[in-house]
Design a protein around this ligand. Structure first.
Ligand SMILES: Cc1cc2nc3c(=O)[nH]c(=O)nc-3n(C[C@H](O)[C@H](O)[C@H](O)COP(=O)(O)OP(=O)(O)OC[C@H]3O[C@@H](n4cnc5c(N)ncnc54)[C@H](O)[C@@H]3O)c2cc1C
Length: 286
């Protein structure tokens, strides 16, 4: 453990070793890697769905000594002397608006480039931004894209395995560019299929309908196909909403539900009520 005084609120780091790293999306798709890290010394509990920070030592642009980004724990289990954590990491790039040049995202490329045996510096774990209702009769509406599936997988495991079942309606709407990019719901890894027999659970996958569309567009079209059910679910006073993945998830939902509500204002009023009643949780990023 080393002190890191320049990150307010974060006083210690932990070193993890890369044990496995494999690409789980096809060559012609955005690269997402499933990365397994082990911590020999695991003084904290690292439950699935919580978040770890990845600290990339500098120097970095603009004089930043460290670069720090968050990743959701998709799976965790005891390892030899500590704990093994599985992360789903999308390799990010961004285009500089001024020069037009393409730059690699620092933390995601640091993780995706790491070889077996490499050491990675972690902070946390931090609590999941998802607020779980105590009442198992609550309805859960989950909407996401891409690596946003990691917290949903953790949430499903929590309600159906750790808590032993869920009586409320549980709906997952998930958008991807192609079928193989439906993470944990494709032929290579179909982990979510274990919940398909649960009477209260239903998953709806949406893939893009044209080559120019992205996963956010796919989700929007998928939501539009089921808008009556979603709208009905949102009227129940015990429905909780969870958004995860790209920022476009929120935009997709806003667009579809503004139409269902009759106007953007009416949808925003309902959304505001969900937020005020603490029935709205977001874990979205660029
Ligand atoms: C709670 C939480 C959980 C998350 N979980 C996951 C997860 O499970 N998996 C996952 O893949 N991601 C996850 N993320 C996103 C992740 O934390 C990172 O934001 C993402 O990987 C990009 O980080 P990076 O360091 O690679 O990119 P960065 O280097 O930070 O660049 C990313 C973005 O920063 C901007 N930017 C940075 N520098 C410049 C510049 N010079 N000019 C213009 N724009 C710039 C751009 O908008 C760019 O898109 C999560 C985020 C949060 C908040």
């Amino acid at each position: 453990m080393n002190p890191i005084p320049y990150l307010p609120g974060r006083t210690e780091t932990h070193t993890a070793t890369v044990r496995d790293s494999k690409r789980i999306t096809p060559k012609d798709a955005d690269e997402v890697r499933q990365i397994v890290l082990t911590l020999d010394e695991a003084p904290h509990y690292y439950p699935e769905g919580q978040v770890v920070g990845v600290l990339v030592p500098g120097p970095h642009p603009f004089g930043n000594p460290y670069h720090h980004r968050y990743y959701t724990i998709a799976h965790s289990e005891p390892a030899d002397h500590g704990v093994a954590l599985e992360l789903l990491v999308r390799r990010c790039f961004y285009i500089d608006e001024v020069s037009g040049e393409r730059y690699p995202g620092i933390a995601s490329n640091h993780l995706c480039d790491a070889r077996l045996g490499d050491r990675v510096t972690l902070t946390g774990p931090y609590p999941s931004p998802f607020r779980m209702p105590a009442d198992p009769a609550s309805n859960l509406l989950m909407l996401g894209t891409g690596t946003g599936i990691a917290p949903f997988r953790a949430l499903l495991r929590q309600i159906y395995r750790s808590r032993g079942g869920w009586q409320g309606v549980v709906r997952l709407y998930y958008g991807a560019k192609t079928g193989t990019e439906l993470l944990y719901m494709n032929e290579l890894n179909n982990d979510l299929a274990q919940y398909y027999d649960e009477a209260t659970f239903q998953a709806f996958q949406a893939v893009r309908r044209n080559m120019l569309a992205d996963e956010g567009d796919a989700l929007r079209d998928g939501l539009a196909d089921h808008v009556a059910d979603i709208w009905h679910l949102l009227q129940a006073p015990n429905t909780h909403v969870y958004l995860a993945g790209m920022h476009k998830v929120a935009a997709a939902l806003d667009e579809v539900l503004a139409r269902a509500a009759g106007s953007g204002e009416q949808w925003q009023a309902l959304k505001q009520r969900l937020i005020e009643e603490r029935r709205w949780s977001e874990l979205t990023y660029h």
